[in-house]
Design a protein around this ligand. Structure first.
Ligand code: PMP
Length: 426
């Protein structure tokens, strides 16, 4: 077992410069010095198995990506108002992964910027400002996104133009599926009606197809498709926030929204796109882009610059070339099987959640109450056993296991073995 040593000098310097509120994981923050594939080396000399980070999508310090970035940085990097090949090549390759109606992309430097831009486009198209989000969600750190944040502590008041929907979850609701579905759709109709009544209109539904912050919820079949129909009938557009769910992670589908057979007008992306290089984007239709472009000179200094574009292209080629989406489905399925077996032996586990290479265990005590303290203990215990994971959900009682896509069966074995041991020790 690894004993955290506490990098107190570095932590002190960090707090002195970045301030005491800059968040870190773990009771004693982990100091990392290098990464390779699914492994992260700590300053304590320990190699930690990374079962948490989705940003290093094709593996930490992936050599193909590193080489592409280094070569392009040595050749040309420039803001985005000149012609250069990489951004066009990347746009073509990225758009080829989407349904035909989604044939335009605007690049950004982050997921927040992407959601901000998508909301702007939706407002301008619909003339409304009302937004539907899901309860306990997070979409970014700008002012207008803070106004619709329900999943993190923010000071901005919740927008009067925003309604948050409780997403029905069959893993925690034991009533018949059709009852759960009918209630949830009635709630959505009421929320839409209240936006109309207040004069906001409906610009968009903004949601994360895997409900990553919400705790990996499992809505009834047909819920998302019916919800998007309701939003469209009220005049709104659909924004799928694929910052966590996209780029093959969902396993069965390349983009998370495809799990539900829906066709959003806007898809936003971030985290994994550049394997750590800051890169995000909004994919949309030609009509929406034309409408937005006619009314606005939208300019973004860094987004899609030659270095960012080659990073994105290298990540995409690695993802597709190495069959990582199929891998996410296979390895994710293998992990789920092992976790189901573990769950059957462990009364603390209330449900096994997730899709593809994004899964979690939900913990509850004998009375069914969320086992928040135990979940934190497990996350800390796993770190001491050399495996990095985290926790999500309104009660922080769902483990968040979301490794780089190059995670393999042997890594799952190690993860589940350490998880079983951590649960035994509890
Ligand atoms: N959307 C989702 C679903 C996210 O998880 C995040 C980041 N956690 C964001 C948007 C914001 O992305 P960024 O931090 O790159 O601005």
């Amino acid at each position: 077992a690894v004993k955290p040593q506490g990098e107190s000098a570095l932590l002190t310097r960090r707090r002195a410069t970045l301030g005491p509120h800059s968040p870190t994981f773990y009771d004693e923050p982990l100091h990392l010095i290098s990464g390779k594939g699914v492994w992260l080396r700590g300053s304590d000399g320990v190699d930690y198995l990374d079962a948490y980070n989705n940003v290093p999508h094709v593996g930490h310090c992936n050599p193909v990506v590193v080489k592409a970035i280094a070569e392009q940085a040595g050749r040309l990097n420039i803001h985005t108002r000149y012609l250069s090949v990489p951004v066009v090549e990347y746009a073509e390759a990225l758009l080829a992964t989407f349904a035909p109606h989604l044939d335009k992309v605007l690049f950004t430097n982050s997921g927040s910027e992407a959601n901000e831009l998508a909301l702007r486009m939706a407002r301008q198209h619909t003339g409304g400002t009302g937004v539907l989000v899901t309860d306990y969600s997070y979409h970014g750190n700008t002012t207008s996104l803070a106004e619709l944040t329900t999943g993190l502590r923010v000071k901005e008041p919740f927008g009067s133009h925003v309604r948050a929907l409780r997403i029905p979850d069959l893993d925690s609701d034991s009533r018949p599926e059709e009852v759960v579905l009918a209630e949830a759709l009635a709630e959505a109709e009421a929320a839409l009606a209240s936006l109309q009544a207040a004069g906001h209109g409906v610009s968009a539904l903004l949601f994360d197809p895997l409900f990553s912050t919400e705790g990996l919820l499992r809505p009834p079949a047909g819920y998302i498709a019916s919800l998007t129909d309701l939003v469209r009938s009220a005049g709104g557009l659909i924004i799928a926030d694929e910052v966590q769910s996209g780029l093959g992670r969902a396993g069965s589908h390349f983009w998370g929204h495809e799990l539900y057979g829906i066709a959003p007008e806007l898809v936003t992306m971030g985290k994994p796109l550049g394997n750590g290089h800051p890169l995000g984007g909004v994919v949309t239709t030609s009509d929406l882009l034309d409408e937005f472009g006619a009314a606005n000179l939208y300019f973004n200094t860094f987004a899609g610059n030659p270095v960012s574009a080659v990073a994105g292209l290298a990540v995409l080629r690695e993802t597709i070339g190495r069959g990582l989406q199929r891998g996410a489905q296979e390895v994710g399925g293998y992990a789920r099987d092992l976790l189901e077996k573990l769950a059957a032996r462990q009364p603390l586990v209330k449900s096994v959640r997730g899709t593809g290479l994004f899964f979690g265990l939900e913990f509850a005590d004998e009375t069914g109450r969320p086992a928040t303290a135990q979940t934190k203990q497990i996350v800390e215990a796993m770190r001491c056993k050399g495996v990095l994971i985290s926790k999500i959900g309104p009660h922080e009682n769902v483990l968040k296991i979301r490794p780089p896509l190059v995670f393999e069966r042997e890594h799952v074995d190690l993860l589940v073995d350490r998880l079983a041991a951590s649960l035994e020790e509890l």
